[in-house]
Design a protein around this ligand. Structure first.
Ligand code: HEM
Length: 403
């Protein structure tokens, strides 16, 4: 008898933590007869798969649907040696100096967002703050006009990020195809312009598109198709996920007021608090690999090229990795906490992790300094698509202040 697990069902989507605890102890490897894919819940099994790039491939893409090898999003759908070559093209945009230089501008932007709400005494944390911050940052990195295009970009990101786990034949699939096309057409002139500059011998800049235009893989320019899918992936990877981290931070401070009081009393716990939020509520439930040969996984003989979901959120709740994993505790040791796999692990580990942490830290510093007291102001609404673990609405109210 197999233990029941429905990724798309209300029980899991409403409270993933409870399902992870059950699956870790009762059914650490699950096969869904309905959807055809396997899920891996224990940290040890996930870590083993992530280390084994010979037997487990990313080439069919990060979702349950099979992307055509070569057509999927750059980097995250590439195996060695291509992965290393693609990464070299953009890695400088993520180095420590570049990220550190973004702190001041991010703080300036966060300040303007808080200025807009502080006299109102209420706000929606997601729409007023958690969506704008990462969208503004990724627009800056991709050299896109945030003010002009933010609403349209958010709409695309929501559908595309949410659709990583789309069931394939539902209504979303059609909506998604339309959005992908529109997003590609949006990026095309922007990329063409940077490539033309580069061909004329001008410097197209060190934003991510500029770096792609200058980048070479085996001495060849990166193709237009690859750049388009790369740009699309970067926009999606950089925004919806970080929105969830920021939203989940406030959600958990509301849900665990005694933990929030500890943070207020000891602001030096902020790094741990952010890491504990990442551990306790992984912004992305899980992503996929595909096995190159038939393998044994738990009780299953898994046919070659099956889709296998690595449940990041579950590894973070594994008692083999964290003591009392069901307890939300911001005083856990930071070094231990950094073992959480919300950003993945190994070769594909999130390039944007330091940036996402910085965005959340600057947000928390500014927000909690100016709005230290807040309470729920209505029902929280869950993000409507199955991939991401976060909120769509998080209304709060707070004393009006002049700060
Ligand atoms: C809290 C926020 C974020 C979370 C939870 C997150 C999560 C992840 C995860 C789990 C992976 C691994 C994918 C895999 O192994 O299949 C990943 C990869 C990646 N992420 Fe993030 N991410 C976040 C923010 C960002 C940001 C802000 C950026 C860029 C601006 C970014 C860019 C990337 C890139 C480029 C990769 C691919 C790395 C590779 O394949 O080598 N992410 N992310």
């Amino acid at each position: 008898m197999t233990t029941e697990f429905d990724f798309y069902g209300e029980t899991f989507q409403r409270n993933p933590g409870a399902t992870f605890a059950r699956m870790i102890s009762e059914c650490p490897i699950h096969h869904s007869a309905e959807h055809g894919w396997y899920s891996v819940f224990r940290y040890e099994d996930i870590a083993r798969i992530l280390k084994d790039n010979q037997n487990f491939s990313a080439r069919f893409g990060p979702g349950p649907a099979y992307a055509q090898p070569g057509s999927g999003a750059g980097l995250v759908s590439a195996d060695p040696p291509l992965h290393g070559k693609q990464k070299r093209a953009i890695v400088s945009a993520f180095n420590a100096t570049t990220i550190a230089a973004m702190e001041g501008p991010i703080r300036g932007f966060v300040t303007t967002l808080i200025d807009r709400i502080i006299h109102k005494g209420r706000c929606d944390v997601i729409t007023d703050i958690a969506i704008p911050i990462p969208m503004w940052v990724i627009c800056r990195m991709l050299d896109l006009p945030y003010e002009r295009d933010k609403a349209m970009l958010r709409e695309w990101v929501e559908v595309l990020a949410g659709a990583v786990f789309s069931k394939g034949n539902d209504a979303l699939a059609t909506e998604r195809m339309v959005k992908v096309k529109a997003l590609m057409e949006y990026f095309r002139p922007h990329i063409e312009n940077k490539v033309a500059m580069e061909k004329r011998g001008e410097d197209p800049g060190d934003d991510l598109i500029g770096l792609l235009a200058k980048g070479r893989v085996d001495g060849e320019r990166i193709s237009m198709m690859e750049m388009l899918s790369f740009a699309q992936f970067l926009l999606v990877a950089g925004s919806g996920t970080t929105t969830n981290l920021i939203g989940n931070f406030i959600k958990l401070m509301l849900a665990y007021p005694e933990q929030y009081q500890k943070l207020r009393a000891s602001p030096g716990l902020l790094d741990q608090a952010i890491e504990e939020v990442l551990r306790y509520d992984a912004p992305v439930h899980g992503l996929f690999r595909t096995n190159n040969e038939e393998i044994q996984l738990g009780p299953y003989v898994v046919p070659k090229e099956s889709k296998i979901c690595l449940m990041w959120g579950s590894a973070n709740r594994d008692p083999g990795l964290f003591e009392n994993p069901e307890t939300f505790d911001i005083t856990r040791d930071l070094v231990d906490l950094r073992q959480n796999v919300s950003f993945g692990q190994g070769m594909h580990k999130c390039l944007g992790a330091p940036l996402a942490r910085l965005e959340c830290k600057v947000f928390a510093e500014e927000f909690l300094r100016r709005i230290p007291e807040f309470e729920a102001d209505g029902p929280q609404v869950r993000f409507p698509y199955a991939t991401l673990n976060g909120l769509d609405n998080l209304p709060i109210r707070f004393p009006v202040s002049n700060n």
